[in-house]
Structure formats: C-alpha cells, structure tokens
Design a protein around this ligand. Structure first.
Ligand SMILES: C[S@@+](CC[C@H](N)C(=O)[O-])C[C@H]1O[C@@H](n2cnc3c(N)ncnc32)[C@H](O)[C@@H]1O
Length: 265
C-alpha cells in the first residue's frame, strides 16, 4: 500500500490506477478517509469565513454546499442551526450523505454538475465549495459553476472555496499527498492524489492542479469581489474543539495542505 508518509518508491501509479470521483469505490473510500486535518483546519475555517460558528447567531438564510460529497460540511453547518441545500452530481456520494448524515435542516439534491436550475437568482445567503474544483478536469465547467454561484448568491452573500494548496504539492502530509515530490504542475494538469483511509489502505484518486492566481481569476471573472486567501497550518498548541486531538501531526504543522479562498457577491 502506498503510504503518504513514506518516501516514494519511484513506482508511481499511472492514470489507470486512479479511481474516478463518479464511482461507488470513490464514494466508499472517501467516506472512510482520515479527515483529521480537514476537521482541524479546513471545514471549521470555511464555516467561519461564512459567519457560521458553533452556538453563534445563525446566518440568516440558506447555505449552498456545492459538491457536498458525503455531507461532512453540511452536517457541521446544520448543527450550527443553518439550513443547507447540499448538491452533488454523484448519486453514490449523495446516497452516503443521506444515509450517514441526515438532518432536518439539510436537503440533499443531485444536479448535473454545471447548472443549478432549481435554485432561484439571489436566493442563497452563503455558499461553500470544498475540495470540488480540484476534482474537475474541465476549466469550462469551473467557469460555469462560478457563474452559477454568483447568480444564486444574494448581493453581499459570501462564498468560501476550499482547495488543495499549491504549496503542498508533493508534500507527505500525515493523511494525504497530492502530486509527486519535486515536480511542478501546470494549471489543469493531473495531480495523482492519495488519501489515507482508517483501515490503513490508501484511496488513489485523480485531482487537477490549479494555482492560487487561477482561482482568484476564476472568482473575479464571475463577478466576485473582496477576495481573500488563507493558508492554515495545523496548530498543535491550539486544536480546534471537536477535532481529533491526540495524534502525531506531520508536515501540516509547517506547510499548508489546503487554501481557503473567500469572496463576496
Ligand atoms: C473530494 S470530494 C469533496 C466532497 C465534499 N465537498 C467534502 O469536502 O468532503 C469532491 C466532490 O465533488 C463532486 N463533484 C465533481 N464534479 C462536480 C461538479 N461539476 N460540480 C459539483 N460537484 C462536483 C464529486 O462528486 C465529489 O462529491
């Protein structure tokens, strides 16, 4: 098994070994991944960027979770009292989300991956897009999604985009690795991605590299303003409440695995 923490053997898998995100295998593996880093620094910060904090005043209106996967962020937002429309093109992901993370405040819905035809203009208070863009090979699809997000958000509504940090390419984080060490990647280039599962196996998936500048331009091109980008590190001294606390952290204490872009409609 490939271990994100061990040095590369040089025998990197070819594209054919990478699991497609639309498959049941990807959904099952993704559900079973070690989310320690994401729970520590990614999802809580995404929610904070959107003004959603535990026991805080609820965001007035609905959160759109675009590409909700197995529903982790949607569940956290609902637990904070926020109604969530959680959409994804994968029926396999939605099946697990509905089964494992049902909540009266969450509506899970399938969509075609490009158009939110069932969401009215300006009807959404905030939107989150977590680790979705990196799974989409086609830049035209990202452009269409960014325009849709701008359309459905109400004026002043906030968008948060969680993505793989370009600085983290090739770094062996304790639960994941994306890209080969020492290689640089062009925008849109395949980024082999390895996610550690709880049983010790590794889910090998296909992601696609994109730079911080690419994302800033994507959001600006769709009409978003007030862009900010954060590169959070795991802080051993100040663990996020509720996150996995007792574990040996690795490179994520010195290199950011994720970046969080936020912007305003
Ligand atoms: C890496 S998972 C992230 C899931 C979830 N947001 C999370 O943070 O756990 C990527 C998700 O993006 C979804 N996806 C793929 N293409 C998409 C598209 N065009 N629009 C929205 N979601 C898409 C996949 O089905 C998958 O559920």
């Amino acid at each position: 098994m490939d271990d994100p923490r061990t040095p590369s053997t040089g025998a990197e898998p070819g594209d054919g070994d990478l699991v497609s995100w639309t498959t049941g295998v990807a959904a099952a593996g993704y559900e079973d991944r070690d989310m320690s880093i994401a729970l520590q620094i990614a999802y809580p910060l995404v929610l904070r960027e959107l003004g959603i904090v535990p026991h805080g005043p609820a965001v007035a209106g609905m959160l759109l979770d675009l590409g909700c996967g197995t529903g982790v962020l949607a569940e956290l937002a609902a637990a904070a009292g926020v109604p969530v429309l959680a959409v994804d093109p994968s029926e396999h992901m939605l099946h697990r989300a509905r089964r494992d993370r049902p909540h009266p405040l969450i509506t899970y819905r399938r969509f075609d991956g490009e158009r939110l035809t069932f969401v009215a203009d300006g009807s959404v208070a905030a939107a989150a897009v977590c680790l979705v863009c990196c799974t989409v090979p086609d830049t035209a699809v990202l452009t269409a999604l960014a325009r849709e997000l701008h359309r459905v958000l109400r004026p002043g509504g906030r968008l948060a985009v969680l993505e793989l940090s370009p600085a983290g390419v090739g770094v062996r984080f304790s639960t994941l690795r994306f890209g080969d060490p020492g290689r640089s990647y062009e925008n849109g280039e395949l980024l082999p991605t390895f996610l550690r599962l709880h049983n010790g196996d590794v889910l090998r998936t296909a992601c696609y590299f994109r730079s911080e500048r690419f994302y800033r331009m994507l959001l600006a091109g769709a009409g978003f303003t007030d862009h900010m980008v954060r590169f959070p590190l795991v802080d051993q001294a100040a663990p996020h409440p509720g996150a996995a606390l007792s574990r040996a952290w690795g490179a994520e204490t010195t290199v950011a695995p994720y970046m969080i872009l936020s912007a305003r409609r």
